[in-house]
Design a binder for this molecule. Sequence first.
Ligand SMILES: [Zn+2]
Length: 92
Amino acid sequence: MSGKSVLRRCVTCRELLDRQQLWRVIRLANGGLALDGGMGRSAYLCPSRTCLDEARRRRKLQKALRCQVADSIYAALEQRLLSAPAAGAEAR
Ligand SMILES: [Zn+2]
């Protein structure tokens, strides 16, 4: 078990967080986008309403990934907010 954490920066608030705590959006080699896993340029986002709304409004993911980001990507992330337990993830 490695306790090493990898820090990534949220595209909206620019805060450095452990990548485990961030959402990851990946631009795949075939031009599509994926969430969480895949090979390609990645953008990270805090799982928060504030950062998600700001990212959508200011097209942060588009800029970070240098490609179009369908609204369905933002919608999918929003869905996670709605289905996630309120504050902080439960320890498994
Ligand atoms: Zn953020």
